[in-house]
Design a protein. Structure first.
Lengths: 354, 572
């Protein structure tokens, strides 16, 4: 096929460039339509932005697990969404127990902390077993093999927890302290969104501090830079890798509880799949392997997903736009991987890893 | 596992007993908590003696005994047996603890499988405190068996494995032999061998002795033969085909043609297997030959099905009303075109990114099919119904058997195409690309063209399969086209062996046929797929029927430097 275009022009690049123009034109036209019709007020947009930020901070916490594991092992831990599910799904029972004996509403801060710790513990255990059983023996295998193992592990985990807890949807109880709204610059924002956002940001800063300032974090960065040299410097590679998985698991577990508080509709065995793929999108968006990138990527993706249906799809005159929220996220994933696989902050990583 | 020449120190002996025992116990507990043990307990393999659930439960303690005896290879036989027994007994601990704990705290409300039927199985119907010593005893015995297994020679082990496999297979699929025997002999013969769906104890013993004997002496004779004999020239038919091969192929073909006539359910299942074989052969071109891991393959299947749906439906949605035979080539062409279109943007990607993007594509297509936006065209969540069944010159294809033959033709076509492509210049280009893109390119292979051809040709069979699927069901719905189909097809390829055409057929038969025929498995089919994928990748990454190339590739990688720091690797 290359022949038709002559040898000079790379066919793939040409198509990608054309596609880029087409996508840009569509988005601009849609935004223009939406804004000129003026269907939504600024209040509506602000509430969408905060909902997006809260959802995005959950994606960001999961994305950190992807990004850290990729940074160290150069593999996509396809089963990371299931690590998140494991924490969220297991903790729902404890949360319901706390709600029924009144602990949750009497001591909300303490109860939620316990829930987060419990979810983190479960997710860490799953991440640990995943690394130990499925990934460690395959560290030197061709790249396709760990990837397929990860896909298999993902299904194994989903259906394992389905076997454990059944197929039913379970809901997190509502916390009365998180009900209601606060007024911020004249806009009323649900408290729960602010709390989730704040807690996620705190966790991210703790992680950033850990990786950048502690000795263990330094070892982690060294391993991600060059395993052979790191080993020569006396770093226990296995330990670093396990730590990475554990941290990623803990953050995913915490994200599971935040998700339960923020959107109590239901946890079930398949709940990890979509957030998992979206968090991966966030990680790629921020430049995979890049920790601050994953945080920003998550928040951007959350906002895009929340604003996209109203801002872009309705501008194109597509009915039932909110049904297509996931389509926006997936399309965004595809476009990011096509146009800018190195992500926003990932210029340096390009030749080495992609 | 320790490889010390001297006697292992006493403390490390106890350590390995405890370690392997607890791991075995964790495995047993896992199968209990996931619900497999209780769910499979209704299915007797040997009437009154052994259920499928027991078999699943016994894997853990058996492995514990086996691993312990292996780890203590330097000890005397008696010690190995003893420690195997102990490890087996230790394996009962986790289950016992959970059961006792469940008496104190109501964790049965959380773990749905931890119910009285399960406790009944684990205590052999004797209630909680009384049955526990028995559980320890049985698990210990299994540990002993596991340890004893290590004493067998390779031939004997193969024979035992085979006997177990034969018994389980015959008992699980007893429906088919029973129906065949009843049809062609008499019901009395069937009753003499089977009771209900299970083998009678006597027939199980006879069957296993027969298998062990045949296998053992067969392998002994084969070993003797190898030593002395020079190779006889094979007789050929038509100057180039060895007579044995021709005969066995003829047998297989006759089997495939006749078997569905015996039973309607079987015909239906074989039709489904055939659909997956078609898709597997197509995806094998992308994944197995060209090394492009495509997780969005179901999208092409959906395109094929929806093309048939839109073009032939008699419901209000369709305005075309074409016949199946006109729409079929269009469905294949639509599949090819979309396969190539989806291929273009991902040309520059490798390995894992490719997998995720194609997965994204697959989900986008499914969500769009489900949306209100496109529902005037594709029916939204209600799907497309009233798709007529195809007919040739007044001969309606409307029963499972007839669809089966239609699928068989499709399979034969795709298999022929796949074999010819594999041995063609293009096939060699794909494999070169799979092994190393950069080197392939520098050898003058046009990557763009080669990749797009892989996507396009691989998609053709999915379009074909989708078309038959739509006509067979008479109606299509968006949830039929979820990621799980891509994963099933991928699993079939991987279980069979990357790039291996017979492997795809075996893989599809195992992965699709088993759960369709065994209702017990259906609940756990995806769990089993997942476990199989992981276990296969860990133990036999080349698959059950591997191609020589892929085996070589893996071996060379294992010998070579650490692949971890090496971005250039197979399929990457």
């Amino acid at each position: 096929m290359g022949r038709f275009f002559g040898r000079r022009i790379n066919f793939g690049d040409l198509v990608v460039q054309l596609l880029q123009v087409v996508v840009l034109v569509i988005v601009v036209v849609a935004l223009y339509n939406t804004i000129t019709t003026g269907r939504y007020t600024s209040r509506h947009w602000v509430s969408l932005i905060f909902a997006g930020l809260a959802q995005g901070s959950i994606y960001a916490l999961i994305a950190l697990g992807y990004t850290m594991v990729y940074g160290i092992l150069r593999m996509i831990n396809f089963a990371h969404g299931e690590v998140y599910m494991a924490g969220a799904f297991s903790t729902v029972f404890l949360a319901q127990h706390f709600a029924s004996n009144g602990f949750l509403n009497a001591q909300p801060v303490l109860a939620i902390t316990v829930l987060i710790l419990f979810a983190a513990l479960v997710s860490m255990a799953v991440a640990f077993l995943l690394e130990r059983i499925a990934y460690r023996p395959l560290r030197n295998a061709p790249r396709l093999i760990p990837l397929i193992t990860a896909i298999g592990a993902s299904f194994t985990l989903q259906y394992t927890f389905r076997g454990f807890y059944g197929t039913q949807f379970r809901s997190y109880p509502e916390v009365t302290a998180l009900r209601g709204t606060v007024s911020l610059f004249g806009y009323s924002i649900p408290i729960v969104q602010l709390v989730v956002l704040a807690a996620a940001v705190v966790l991210m800063f703790v992680l950033y501090w850990y990786v950048e300032r502690t000795k263990a974090g330094k070892a982690m960065r060294a391993v991600s830079e060059d395993k052979a040299v790191a080993r020569l410097m006396g770093i226990d590679i296995d330990k670093v890798i396990v730590t990475t998985f554990l941290i990623g698991g803990a953050l995913a577990g915490a994200a599971g509880v935040f998700n339960g508080l923020y959107r109590p509709q239901g946890v079930y065995y398949f709940m990890g799949f979509f957030p998992g793929v979206k968090a991966f999108t966030a990680a790629v968006l921020g430049g995979i392997g890049n920790i601050p990138g994953a945080m920003v990527g998550g928040l951007v993706l959350g906002m895009l997903e929340s604003l996209g249906p109203n801002a872009i799809l309705e501008g194109l005159g597509i009915p039932g736009a909110n049904q297509l929220k996931d389509v926006i996220a997936f399309t965004f994933l595809v476009l990011i991987l096509i146009f800018r696989p190195q992500g926003i902050f990932g210029e340096r990583l390009r030749e080495k890893k992609v | 596992m320790s490889e010390a020449r001297n006697n292992t120190a006493p403390s490390s002996v106890w350590k390995s007993v405890l370690r392997f025992g607890l791991v075995g116990g964790a495995i047993a507990l896992y199968f209990c908590m996931v619900g497999m043990v209780a769910a499979f307990d209704q299915r007797f393999l040997v009437a009154g003696q052994l259920t499928l659930g027991d078999l699943v439960l016994y894997v853990g303690p058996f492995l514990a005994g086996l691993s312990t005896a292996r780890a203590l290879a330097d000890r005397t036989a008696w010690q190995r047996l003893l420690f195997g027994l102990l490890a087996g007994a230790v394996a009962a601990l986790p289950s016992i603890l959970i059961m006792l704990f469940s008496q104190q705290v109501n964790i049965g409300a959380v773990f749905v499988s931890l119910s009285s039927p399960l406790i009944n199985i684990l205590t052999f119907g004797r209630g909680l405190p009384d049955g526990l010593p028995l559980l320890v005893g049985v698990f210990g015995l299994l540990g002993l068996l596991g340890a004893a297994y290590t004493f067998l020679s390779q031939q004997a082990r193969n024979a035992v494995n085979l006997a177990l496999l034969v018994i389980v297979t015959v008992a699980l699929f007893s429906d088919i032999p029973i129906r065949v025997i009843e049809k062609y002999f008499s019901a009395r013969v069937a009753r003499a061998i089977f009771q209900g769906n299970a083998l009678l104890p006597l027939s199980a013993v006879v069957l296993s002795l027969l298998t062990v004997g045949l296998s053992y002496f067969g392998s002994l004779r084969a070993a003797k033969k190898k030593v002395g004999e020079s190779k006889k020239p094979e007789r050929l038919i038509l100057g180039r085909y060895p007579i044995n091969q021709v005969l066995s192929w003829a047998l297989v073909i006759a089997f495939l043609l006749v078997l569905p006539q015996t039973d309607r359910v079987l015909a239906h299942v074989m039709m489904f297997i055939g659909l997956y074989v078609m898709m597997g052969l197509g995806l094998n071109i992308e994944v197995g030959f060209a090394g492009l891991l495509d997780l969005g393959y179901v999208a092409i299947f959906a395109f094929g099905a929806y093309t048939i749906g839109i073009l032939t439906t008699q419901a209000a949605i369709g305005t075309f009303g074409l016949s199946f035979w006109v729409a079929l080539p269009i469905a294949v062409i639509v599949g090819v075109v979309f396969g190539a279109l989806l291929g273009i943007p991902v040309l520059r990607m490798r390995g894992d990114y490719l997998a995720i993007v194609t997965l994204g594509f697959g989900e986008i297509i499914r969500l769009l099919a489900l949306s209100d936006w496109l529902s005037p065209l594709v029916g939204g969540a209600q799907g497309i119904v009233r798709i007529p069944s195809p007919s040739i010159a007044g001969f309606d294809i409307n029963s499972p058997e007839r669809y089966y033959y239609l699928v068989l033709i499709g399979v034969a076509l795709t298999a022929f195409l796949a074999v010819r492509l594999r041995d063609s210049r293009l096939g060699r280009q794909w494999m070169a690309m799979r092994e190393d893109e950069d080197v392939a390119q520098s050898m003058g292979i046009d990557l763009v063209q080669t990749k797009l051809l892989a996507f396009a040709i691989g998609s053709a069979s999915a379009g074909f399969a989708g078309a038959i699927f739509a006509a067979r069901l008479g109606g299509i719905f968006p949830h039929s086209f979820s990621l799980i189909i891509s994963i099933t097809v991928l699993s079939a390829i991987i279980i069979g062996g990357f790039g291996s055409i017979p492997g795809v057929i075996v893989g599809a038969a195992v992965l699709v046929g088993l759960p369709e025929l065994l209702r017990e498995f259906n609940e756990y089919r995806f769990l089993i797929y997942g476990i199989l994928l992981v276990v296969m990748m860990l133990t036999r990454p080349a698959g059950l029927l591997p191609t020589d190339t892929f085996k070589r590739e893996l071996e060379s990688l294992e010998e070579g430097d650490e692949g971890m720091n090496n971005p250039v690797s197979a399929g990457g």
